[in-house]
Design a protein around this ligand. Structure first.
Ligand code: HEM
Length: 504
């Protein structure tokens, strides 16, 4: 009997090993694709960006990388593959569980829709720049964060966050202060493993898990408490106004308040359902636009001739507006300036990549044939149910096959010349084929708002100020939740964009 027991151990171990090998061989259905070595078993989000470009340059636009727990990832920047995953077969490629955990920590549960403009906030920041009338080094990113937070507050919620004034009430602005860099940079392996592990748990346990009071989890759950409190205050204030017959007419909030008060169970939304939608908008609606605009100002500071050209373009638009007898440009006027912005959206897409997971066996088509490890070429990639996929928006936006041999250079003329038409054979994204707002079913709901808002900001700022690079300051993009500007050799837990601002 004891000898039987002794035998059982090795047999069980062998069976387990065979089971693992079978699972592994299934998992490795994309093993024939080239890619970096598997020695890094933990997926480090801070490596996004530069790594996206290096992988793509070295191995191609559809390759294999590895994520936490050694899981094989189809890593692609191929336009047709992205179009297939995000648009054509979008329902079959939802966000993987571990990414949903990350999003829940930063935004709560649930996105929503928004439109509007932001003039008051922009004007206030412009006055703020002018405080002493002399050229000065300004961290324009902080100013832009406050501008865009107040703008989304006014436009979507009819609420003043007082971010620009920095009044007592600006608790949300304070809670946001470098929240993403602090919670994304230098994460220990434990934190990465724990977050991936949470993705395997039922959602009620995830909710509990993300409140563990350590590191990134503590930081984000403290922030979420503030955001939820502010959201509740807005609901209370707007409900009160609505009941007094003074509801804001077109902001998103008045729609939510009406849904909250609805007697009809089909249209009723509880506060529990509304709050995550609001906290999603708080974050998605301001940090993104602020960071993109900061990169734009950086490029204009680097290329003064482009700054002059844009200033002339703004002056021309303003002259047309004045001739019409208007005081403000219309949306059509702003749309006329779209292409300058497109290069920043493309070159400085601040969401580096997105993850998706196949819910069924599928075949992903490729636009650019991919060389395999065995030196043959494939034009599509069969994937099994469960295949983890990373779509590199960052690498796609700089793909030479799409944007030309100088894709790694900031070049606004790219969108003016019309020379891209031939290479842009696949329609992806929501605007001029750039992927910065994602594409298809889950693309950015605020892209239109963001484009108009950024143009409104740029019009005010570039007309009134000249931006130049601060001496001896090297700025680089770091993955800090978003592709954020950081100063080489400075605090890595703070995103910043110091530029010299001179009133004109
Ligand atoms: C330059 C500015 C912006 C950029 C680059 C940007 C980019 C993106 C990207 C790449 C996604 C897809 C995320 C994913 O699939 O996980 C997204 C989603 C989203 N964005 Fe934006 N965004 C910007 C501004 C805004 C603004 C101003 C708002 C709100 C007014 C907004 C609201 C949202 C929401 C609610 C989603 C979630 C949509 C969904 O999952 O169905 N974004 N954005």
């Amino acid at each position: 009997m004891p000898s039987l027991l002794l035998l059982a151990g090795p047999v069980l171990l062998t069976l387990w090993a065979i089971h693992c090998m079978i699972r592994r061989s299934k998992r490795h259905s994309i093993d024939y694709l080239p890619g970096p070595s598997r020695k890094t078993y933990f997926f480090r989000p801070t490596e996004f960006g530069e790594a996206d470009l290096n992988f793509t340059k070295e191995y191609g636009a559809a390759i294999r990388t590895t994520t936490t727990f050694g899981r094989d990832v189809l890593f692609t920047s191929d336009p047709k593959a992205i179009q297939y995953i995000m648009n054509t077969s979008g329902y079959n490629f939802p966000k993987p569980a571990d990414r949903r955990v990350t999003l829940e920590m930063a935004t709560g549960r649930g996105p929503v829709w928004a439109e509007g403009t932001a003039r008051e906030a922009v004007t206030k920041t412009r006055r703020d720049f002018l405080a002493n009338g002399k050229p000065q080094v300004v961290n324009v990113l902080t100013k832009l964060h406050r501008t865009t937070l107040d703008a989304i507050g006014e436009a979507a919620f009819g609420y003043n966050f007082h971010a620009i004034d920095q009044k007592e009430e600006s608790v949300l602005a304070k809670a946001y202060d470098n929240l993403l860099p602090k919670s994304s940079m230098h994460r220990p392996d434990f934190s990465l493993i724990f977050e991936t592990f949470l993705g395997f748990l039922p959602s009620w346990l995830v909710k509990l898990g993300i409140t563990v009071p350590v590191g990134r989890f503590k930081l984000l759950s403290n922030y979420m408490r503030v955001a939820e409190k502010v959201a509740q205050e807005i609901i209370d204030k707007q409900t009160d106004l609505y009941l007094k017959g003074k509801e804001g007419s077109k902001d998103v909030m008045s729609l939510l308040v009406r849904a909250n008060l609805s007697e009809d169970p089909r249209t009723k939304l509880s506060s529990k359902e509304i709050i995550p939608q609001m906290t999603t908008l708080f974050l998605a609606g301001h940090d993104t636009a602020a960071t993109t605009t900061a990169w734009f100002l950086y490029e204009l500071a680097k290329y003064p001739e482009c700054q002059t050209r844009i200033r002339e373009e703004i002056a021309a638009v303003k002259a047309v507006v004045a001739e019409r007898g208007d005081t403000e440009p219309t949306i059509a006027d702003l749309d006329g300036m779209e292409y300058t912005l497109a290069e920043t959206l493309s070159f400085h897409g601040i969401v580096a990549n997105l993850s998706r997971e196949a819910t069924r066996d599928d075949v992903i088509p490729l636009q650019f044939p991919q060389k395999t490890r065995y030196n043959d070429t494939v034009t599509s990639i069969p994937v099994r149910k469960g295949q983890y996929t990373i779509l590199s928006l960052f690498a796609y936006n700089r793909l030479t096959q799409v944007w030309g041999p100088d894709a790694d250079k900031w070049k606004p003329e790219r969108f003016l010349s019309g020379s891209l038409k031939e290479s842009q054979k696949v329609n992806v994204g929501v605007i001029v084929n750039v992927m910065s707002f994602s594409s298809g079913l889950r693309s950015c709901v605020g892209w239109r708002f963001a484009v108009l808002e950024m143009q409104a900001i740029l019009m005010e700022f570039i007309e009134k100020f000249e931006f130049t690079l601060a001496p001896n300051v090297e700025i680089y993009p770091a993955f800090a939740g978003l592709m954020s500007p950081m100063v080489r050799g400075s605090n890595e837990l703070a995103a910043e964009m110091p530029l010299i601002v001179k009133p004109l």
